[in-house]
Write a protein of this length. Structure first.
Length: 159
């Protein structure tokens, strides 16, 4: 299965999950790069406002064409129960070109909120699988079994 793992990660948690998925699938990876400046004391508030209001943000153009992959797995950190603005922008720009999708999210709150529903709406596709991972599972590496199960669900899902 030709797979692409696309993700945005600010703190590194989402990147760690993406790397584990790539390792299980032997797929390609692409990091979504926010083209807006995220430095300085106000960046935290900007990121949260964008998530809360469902705003887009400029991102660097993708290097890999997601339409060339059988499955695209998209990962995001959860901010205020919603997906990050860079992932929202990526899905807005590329979502309709994706054949089969799966979603994963890292979160530190009590829930992922409407993240997966928003992602599904943006790309117009029901995900083959979803995975939500909290920081405690990352710290003790207990997420690895969940990643294997997630990948198995993706492989088993029809095209």
């Amino acid at each position: 299965m030709r797979a692409l793992v696309v993700y945005y990660s600010k703190a590194g948690h989402t990147r760690e999950i993406a790397d584990a998925i790539v390792g299980e699938l032997q797929g390609d990876r692409e990091e979504i790069v926010d083209a807006a400046s995220r430095s300085g004391p106000l960046s935290y508030f900007t990121v949260r406002r964008q998530a809360r209001k469902g705003e887009l943000t400029p991102i660097r153009p993708a290097e890999k064409d997601p339409a060339r992959y059988e499955v695209v797995i998209v990962g995001t950190p959860v901010l205020l129960g919603s997906l990050s603005a860079p992932v929202r922008t990526y899905l807005k720009e590329n979502g309709k070109r994706l054949k089969k999708v799966a979603f994963f999210a890292t979160f530190s709150g009590s829930t992922v909120g409407t993240t997966f529903e928003e992602m599904e709406e943006l790309c117009g596709r029901r995900p083959a699988a979803t995975l939500a991972v909290n920081p405690a599972a990352i710290r003790d590496e207990s997420y690895l079994d969940s990643v294997r199960q997630f990948v198995d669900m993706i492989k088993a899902a029809p095209q």
